[in-house]
Design a protein around this ligand. Structure first.
Ligand code: SF4
Ligand code: SF4
Length: 163
């Protein structure tokens, strides 16, 4: 989110940038003095993350499961803190990847630091849940079977062995 208004179009810049073996740019590949955001498709402008209470009971897990039943949601745990992630694009993001309200952008955007941002896509979380079934499985391992039966899909029958 830093200095994007002063930059040129990401898609033009990215084409001329050095690329790692896996096709991804790394921080160290960016020329000295250049801004990282110049080489990024504004990843941090495509989601919101809200802290949520850590679920401890089946009822609380059920609320988190409700989040995950919605489109474009995920839940992750980072340093013990639980977060609801919603994949949404900021309405002020311009087609060329620049911020449309750069001088007036919210404090959370100003404070976001390129030193710790997701530029390199190598983030690792304590836990990451994309599907309600994943959360259900985690809760079951933690709390034991849910009263009234599991909501997980029944184990499929084994395929026949062909000789
Ligand atoms: S993810 Fe990092 S590099 Fe990309 S726009 Fe946000 S702050 Fe800049
Ligand atoms: S206000 Fe600007 S910097 Fe903040 S998320 Fe929206 S486009 Fe990105």
């Amino acid at each position: 989110m830093n200095s994007r208004n002063r930059q040129k179009n990401y898609w033009l810049t990215r084409r001329s940038a050095p690329v790692a073996g896996n096709g991804q740019l790394r921080r160290k590949d960016i020329p000295a003095g250049e801004t990282l955001c110049f080489y990024c498709p504004a990843k941090c402008c495509h989601y919101i993350a809200l802290t949520i209470d850590r679920p401890r009971t089946w009822e609380e897990f059920d609320t988190v499961r409700w989040f995950l039943l919605h489109e474009r949601t995920a839940v992750f745990v980072d340093n013990g803190q639980w977060y609801l992630l919603v994949f949404l694009t900021c309405t002020k993001l311009q087609p060329d990847g620049r911020c449309g309200i750069y001088p007036l952008r919210p404090k959370i955007c100003r404070d976001y630091d390129t030193d710790i941002c997701e530029f390199e896509e190598n983030a690792v979380y304590d836990q990451f849940f994309e599907l309600p079934e994943q959360l259900e499985e985690y809760a079951e391992a933690l709390l034991g079977p849910r009263e009234g039966g599991s909501l997980r899909s029944p184990r499929p029958e084994l395929l026949p062995v062909l000789s």
